[in-house]
Design a protein around this ligand. Structure first.
Ligand SMILES: Nc1ncnc2c1ncn2[C@@H]1O[C@H](COP(=O)(O)OP(=O)(O)OP(=O)(O)O)[C@@H](O)[C@H]1O
Length: 170
């Protein structure tokens, strides 16, 4: 009737063998402890007395609380670890992240520091209307006054925070 058994066929065979020698109205099966069970299809676990699982924690903690089975094999990380690393960084024993770009290296990545609103921009470009806005500033249309950019329209992004103008694209 929908009951699950480890080895149903073997159990049934055992039961049939047992019923030959036992009372037909009260079939019993012997379990591993030698005690009889009234359940006709009772089958003792094949792992109960197995030596293969002698070292299993399930066997050793039968009399203890179930939590001991799930005891951690390693200590959890200290909650103060990030504080120690912060202090180590502050005292200089840990190098800062070398992947980040240090300040003052703008020339190495191609920024022209001689180009800006207060320097050459207004002498080279004539600022026009605002064409859009972003998070850090706004973008204007501009037209070149002299040099190779004379007569060319460009977009100029104005970032008030740094008081500089950056030419973005033509
Ligand atoms: N070359 C261009 N030609 C025409 N319109 C432009 C040009 N560049 C920018 N714009 C307009 O200016 C708006 C803002 O440009 P911007 O580059 O500042 O955008 P963003 O990258 O989102 O800004 P932020 O970096 O400040 O968040 C754009 O949405 C666009 O409408």
């Amino acid at each position: 009737m929908g009951l699950c058994h480890g080895k149903p066929n073997q159990t049934l065979e055992n039961h049939l063998e047992n019923t030959d020698t036992h009372n037909e109205t009260e079939p019993t099966t012997l379990n591993s402890t030698g005690k009889s069970s009234n359940f006709p299809y009772y089958s003792p676990s094949p792992f109960h007395n197995s030596t293969a699982y002698k070292n299993s924690p399930a066997n050793s903690s039968v009399s203890s609380t179930p939590l001991r089975i799930f005891k951690r094999s390693f200590a959890p990380p200290s909650p103060a670890k990030h504080i120690r690393s912060l202090l180590a960084r502050r005292h200089g024993s840990v190098k800062p992240n070398e992947a980040s770009i240090p300040e003052g290296n703008e020339l190495e990545v191609g920024l022209d520091k001689n180009f800006g609103y207060s320097k050459q921009l207004l002498s080279h470009y004539e600022l026009g209307e605002e064409v859009g806005r972003g998070h850090f500033g706004y973008t204007c249309v501009a037209k070149g006054k002299k040099g190779s950019m004379k007569g060319h329209e460009v977009a100029v992004k104005v970032i008030p925070k740094s008081k500089k103008l950056v030419k973005s694209e033509c």
